[in-house]
Design a protein around this ligand. Structure first.
Ligand SMILES: [Zn+2]
Length: 113
């Protein structure tokens, strides 16, 4: 469900690491809950990262463009994303330093493992 925690996650981007629990962006059926605005953009970004990282460990990971627009221009960076120690997904843009962690992505539609 989209609630205060989702918006707090968005606020966390401004402070540093974006720590996100993917469940907070999904409704009961498991679809992306936010329909528009920053929460929707963030949810689409997170699900793309999850699908890309979880899709096949033997294949090279498809590049994911950075979501940032520093100075209103798209960041040219591509994310480094991988599993952390507890199978959380850790991602970082080497260009602008945007970075975060995605937890509780397992068993969502974007869990392709
Ligand atoms: Zn970037």
């Amino acid at each position: 469900m989209v609630g205060p925690r989702t918006y707090r996650a968005i606020m966390d981007t401004m402070r540093g690491a974006l720590i996100t629990d993917l469940r907070h962006f999904l409704e009961e059926r498991g679809c992306i809950a936010p329909t528009h605005g920053p929460a929707r953009h963030l949810a689409e970004f997170l699900t793309k990262v999850v699908a890309t990282v979880s899709h096949d460990l033997d294949e090279p990971v498809a590049p994911i463009r950075c979501r940032r627009r520093p100075g209103r221009k798209p960041c040219p960076g591509f994310l480094d994303a991988q599993f952390g120690a507890d199978f959380e997904i850790v991602w970082e843009c080497p260009e602008c330093g945007d970075h975060g962690v995605i937890t509780h992505w397992q068993n969502t539609f974007w869990d392709l493992m």
